[in-house]
Design a protein around this ligand. Structure first.
Ligand SMILES: [Zn+2]
Length: 101
């Protein structure tokens, strides 16, 4: 591991709904998983600043989130058998998402 390596410097090929958080640099398998790792109140209603922040890795795991085999965070990890079945039958198709997202 390089001493100066930063998560935001990592480059991955993002397909479909996958994304990388610009704040913490973690990768997410879907917008829903990304949303799940943000917490705290939005600002604005009474002039206070936003206190939204990213969950830590420990907090994400405590919520039941997990890294999938590709290294992307998911909200609800599937059992290994389920992952194998999905990968086999639908190579790159997140469920119920528009293809132009
Ligand atoms: Zn983040």
């Amino acid at each position: 591991m390089e001493p100066n390596a930063r998560p935001v410097a990592v480059r991955r090929h993002l397909t479909g709904d996958r994304n990388q958080c610009p704040s913490c640099g973690e990768f997410f398998n879907s917008t829903a998983a990304f949303d799940a790792h943000r917490t705290g109140p939005f600002g604005g209603a009474h002039g206070e600043p936003s206190r939204r922040r990213c969950l830590t890795v420990v907090e994400m795991r405590a919520k039941g989130m997990a890294l999938n085999r590709a290294g992307f965070w998911v909200k609800h990890p599937l059992p290994d058998a389920g992952i194998a079945a999905r990968v086999h039958s639908r190579p790159n198709a997140p469920a119920a998402l528009p293809s132009d997202a």
